[in-house]
Design a protein around this ligand. Structure first.
Ligand SMILES: C[S@@+](CC[C@H](N)C(=O)[O-])C[C@H]1O[C@@H](n2cnc3c(N)ncnc32)[C@H](O)[C@@H]1O
Length: 393
């Protein structure tokens, strides 16, 4: 990740500082670090400056990381110039070459918040954890009239498929490098025809880490159209039997089981297991639809501004963990302008989001963006407001 090591930082900045498409509009300090809220080419995020063994490390703030490393690199370079720092070493020149990360086929996890009608009237399928992307590319090329979403948590695999999409012209595949369990929660109800999950990691020793759990199945059923299917393919007998057990717990269920069924294409994993003589199992489940099973309404507005005295107290509180949800207060910073921020972690314990609550001129809001509009984040936000205001308003 892009960073700069500097020996000496001489300049105190007059804010807001503007040069070309770079703005530094607030600076926060506590005993541990300095934080700059910046905007580069219209994208808001934070950069941090920390003292490390007689020198300074300037880098991005993880909680606010922009999607493009290219933008981040430009902002770091602009901040270093503004601070007139003596750069000892940096990796900006190396990182800058990787602009290819910005692809029109790479969607942000909040894509459906901004484009809720994108799938209206379309046929669409989603693959969870596509790995090499061999299966996803094959079905996308076979069914060119359909839209395909590939959700992969491992970024290098996502970047590899994005390269293939451009080289082999597969404009009907969209990639999201995110946790599929959370992304699914952002999709509109009744929007997909199929969800494929091929060879998920079995996690037989820690089943709570699995993707195919009741919460995922419920969410898949909500997102699938009536008669849409959830299709699990696995070489792991223990995992497969657990999956069948989960489906049998539903009051009504309609599913088919196959052993060593041939499908359109064999993935890299599948080839490996077949060579070892392993059996391959398929579970194809038709969605069980609930009445009025709509996507939860999410509103992440703070009705009242946070008080600075609460901000200071709250950071010493232990994490709040309940029903797979977490709210944890991490750190607080003040700025010379009278603004203050609290860094918090909130959402699902499996993949919580890191955000700032920014209070300035009598208004509190999430920075740089609101949490993803999903059930777990909304439940966590209600709990956060109870802590802040003593009630869930
Ligand atoms: C065993 S590999 C199978 C890859 C591919 N489906 C195949 O058949 O070759 C499991 C894949 O799921 C991805 N994965 C694991 N958990 C995930 C999650 N929560 N969301 C999205 N992808 C995930 C992993 O990064 C990995 O690429």
């Amino acid at each position: 990740m892009p960073h700069i090591y500097a020996k000496y930082i001489s300049k105190v900045l007059e804010l807001p500082l503007k040069r070309d498409n770079f703005i530094v509009y607030d600076r926060f300090v506590n005993e541990r670090a300095e934080l700059f809220f910046v905007s580069q080419d219209g994208v808001d995020f934070a950069l941090t400056l920390r003292r490390k063994n007689n020198r300074y490390l300037i880098k991005y703030d993880k909680a606010t990381r922009p999607a493009s490393t290219f933008i981040l690199t430009k902002a770091l370079s602009n901040l270093a110039i503004a601070l007139e720092c003596e750069v000892e070493n940096s990796n900006l020149a190396l990182v800058q070459k990787k602009e290819s990360e910005v692809s029109p086929w790479l969607l942000k996890p909040n894509f459906f918040e901004k484009n809720p009608t994108f799938l209206d009237g379309k046929q669409a399928e989603l693959e969870v954890g596509f790995g090499s992307g061999r299966h996803l590319s094959a079905i996308a090329q076979e069914f060119k009239e359909k839209i395909f979403f590939g959700i992969e948590i491992y970024k290098p695999a996502a970047l590899q498929l994005l390269g293939r999409i451009e080289r082999e012209n597969m404009p009907n595949i969209f990639v999201v490098d995110f946790d599929a369990r959370l992304f699914l929660q952002t999709l509109p109800s009744d929007s997909l025809d199929k969800i494929h999950i091929h060879f998920p990691v079995p996690w037989n020793d820690s089943p709570h880490r699995r993707v195919f759990v009741k919460k995922f199945i419920d969410e898949a059923f909500r997102v699938l159209k009536p008669n849409g299917t959830l299709e699990l393919r696995s070489d792991d007998e223990v995992y497969f039997k657990d999956a069948c057990g989960l489906i049998l717990e539903y009051k009504t269920s309609n599913f088919h089981v196959f052993k060593n069924r041939q499908i359109l294409v064999s993935s890299k994993y599948e080839d490996r297991w077949k060579k070892q003589g392993k059996d391959i199992y398929d579970l194809i489940i038709t969605a069980v639809k609930k009445q009025n099973d709509d996507k939860i309404e999410c509103n992440f507005d703070f009705e009242n501004a946070m008080d600075i005295s609460i901000a200071e107290q709250i950071c010493s509180l232990p994490a709040i963990v309940f029903d797979g949800i977490v709210v944890r207060f991490e750190d607080a910073f003040k700025s010379e302008s009278g603004a203050f921020i609290i860094k918090i972690i909130l959402g699902s314990v499996d993949m919580p989001e890191s955000k700032y609550i920014y209070t300035r001129d009598g208004i509190s809001s999430f920075y740089p963006t609101k949490p993803l509009p999903i059930r777990d984040n909304m439940i966590a936000f209600k709990k956060l407001k109870e802590k802040l205001y003593g009630k869930s308003n």
